[in-house]
Design a binder for this molecule. Structure first.
Ligand code: FES
Length: 108
């Protein structure tokens, strides 16, 4: 058994050289939205869900991005509602939110 049933990592990387980075697209606010929703939804903790902040995950062109393990499902978000949908559908019920899945072709 995994210590956490699911673990979501949010890229919050920031760049000062003008290159695209997830922090430009409210990644920190989206991370906070996820943390609050997981906590208030009674999803946080061992055997359940962990939300973590990450540096660059190497898929900057799709930012803001997050990845959910153990499924290795990559998501690209537009807004808070997208994050809340992933929390309810994927993190709670294990159902991938197909409309938000980052295509394999999107990289740096
Ligand atoms: S800056 Fe977010 S994936 Fe690279």
């Amino acid at each position: 058994m995994n210590y956490f049933e699911r673990h979501i990592f949010f890229c919050t990387n920031q760049r000062d050289n003008g290159e695209r980075a997830c922090a430009q697209f409210d990644a920190n606010a989206l991370l906070e939205t996820c943390k609050v929703a997981v906590k208030t939804g009674d999803l946080a903790g061992p055997g359940k869900v962990r939300v973590s902040k990450a540096g660059c995950l190497g898929r900057c062109a799709g930012g803001p991005v997050a990845v959910v393990y153990p499924e290795s499902t990559w998501y690209s978000f537009v807004d808070r509602d997208d994050v809340l949908e992933v929390v309810e559908e994927h993190l709670r019920h294990g159902r991938v939110v197909e409309r938000l899945v980052l295509p394999d072709s999107v990289g740096v």
